[in-house]
Design a protein around this ligand. Structure first.
Ligand code: ATP
Ligand code: MG
Length: 416
């Protein structure tokens, strides 16, 4: 127990963490390039935020939340997603009163009680962006363009953008009735959760993970055939915007998305090589969420992108992520006087921007060389009594094995 992390969680060790740094930096860079600003919200929120925001007929709220009562008897939930918290912050801090639209990005950990498998964890990570304050399809295209440039820019070519429109509350009514009619004869075979959804929100059944329900909904009426004029026009507009931006897409009427708050645009980036967990990035428009969460009637659009799945995709695509820089040099010292000279040199070279180390264990000379090997240092600067007396250090090139003598105040040039 004590020496085992909880099921569905993963440690990221030093031999892997550089990949995280790499994608995190790339994501922050592209968000800044597109004019998005980072927002950080707490890891937990009031449970009600998610039951209202994500929707109480969704898998997330019905089965997957980490909810507990704190010592003050409040119901608290570890965030299962990033949009509701960021909307909460937007409303709480009255950011809606500023000039709109507002463009935010986030880089967060999320928690969902799911069946752990490859690309599906209980503690996982997401990048995401949101644009609040406009219902123009330029915003949807901008959100999709950022995801597209980010994913492809990392070197992933085997990825497809699927788009759909899931309409608005107005046009969804007819679809809901058609769906109920279609499912009525199959009602008894639905899972218990979906029986409840049949009454409250039959569209959710289309997203059920149970293989039986998935089979039952085959051939069900699709939202695309029920769009109102407004939603239809918006979808046409989006397609034109994407085409003008040079973004390839496939219309996929099967996309529903697992959160209740979506309206109109829904999209997914689906990658090859990931099997069942192939959706790297999912998002869409949510025109009623901000109001639902106590804010003004203001539309929004955004995406969430799974970082673990992104890293799996990069691996499957054979993309090489640059390994971290090795130290320029390790200073190996012999004797006390050399140790103090070594510390001075260490500070001065670090001040000049070099990656230099000394063995912090203060081992014997041979041990310091072994340590230099372990760190991958390109050179070893040797300081002993002779070197200090002559003002020259010996510098060993660890690749060629060549050793030369260099005046201590010229070491900088040697490392450069
Ligand atoms: P799925 O259908 O795979 O369960 P979802 O619809 O629940 O995905 P979203 O809530 O839209 O996913 O989250 C956005 C992205 O976060 C997903 O596309 C995926 O890359 C990632 N993601 C979601 N759940 C997990 C999880 N349990 N572990 C790892 N990544 C996840
Ligand atoms: Mg899910």
């Amino acid at each position: 127990m004590l020496t085992k992390a909880p099921k569905g969680t993963k440690d990221v060790l030093a031999d892997e963490v550089y990949k995280w740094h790499y994608v995190e930096e790339k994501f922050a860079q592209i968000c800044k390039k597109y004019g998005f600003k980072e927002v950080r919200t707490p890891v937990f929120e009031h449970t009600e935020l998610f039951s209202r925001g994500v929707g109480d007929t969704t898998d997330i709220v019905q089965k997957e939340m980490y909810t507990f009562e704190d010592n003050g008897k409040r119901s608290i939930t570890l965030r299962p997603e990033g949009t509701s918290p960021i909307v909460r912050a937007f409303v709480e801090h009255k950011q809606y009163a500023e000039v709109q639209p507002t463009k935010y990005y986030y880089d967060i950990d999320c928690f969902r009680y799911e069946k752990p498998q490859s690309g599906r964890l209980r503690a996982f990570h997401q990048f995401g962006i949101e644009i609040f304050g406009t219902d123009n399809m330029l915003a949807d295209a901008e959100v999709i363009a950022l995801a597209d440039e980010f994913i492809r820019g990392l070197g992933i070519t085997d990825v497809e953008l699927h788009i759909n429109s899931i309409g608005c509350p107005k046009c969804r009514k007819d679809h809901r009735e058609a769906l109920r009619k279609f499912l009525e004869p199959k009602y008894d075979q639905l899972c218990d959760t979906c029986k409840d959804r049949y009454e409250r929100n039959p569209m959710r059944i289309l997203d059920c993970k149970s293989p039986i329900c998935q089979e039952l909904v085959k051939g069900a009426p699709v939202m695309m055939d029920y769009l109102c004029e407004d939603c239809k026009a918006a979808f046409e507009d989006l397609k034109k915007n994407l085409t003008a931006s040079g973004i390839a897409f496939t219309v996929d009427p099967g996309i529903v998305r697992g959160l209740d708050y979506y309206t109109k645009t829904a999209f997914e980036f689906v990658a090859g090589g990931l099997g069942a967990q192939s959706t790297v990035c999912g998002g869409g428009r949510y025109d009623n969420l901000i109001e639902e969460l106590g804010g003004p009637d203001m539309p929004g659009v955004g995406f969430g992108l799974g970082i673990e799945r992104l890293l799996l995709t990069l691996e499957a695509a054979g993309v090489e992520i640059p390994e971290p820089e090795k130290p320029d040099a390790l200073i190996a010292v012999m004797g006390d006087e050399a140790k103090y000279e070594g510390l001075k040199l260490l500070k001065s070279l670090r001040d000049k921007g070099f990656l230099v180390e000394m063995d912090p264990a203060g081992r014997k000379f041979k041990g310091q060389f072994k340590y230099a090997d372990h760190t991958g240092a390109k050179k070893v600067i040797i300081l002993g009594d002779d070197e200090i007396a002559s003002g020259k250090a010996s510098v060993k090139d660890m690749t060629t094995g060549e050793q030369i003598s260099v005046p201590i105040d010229e070491l900088e040039n040697e490392l450069r």
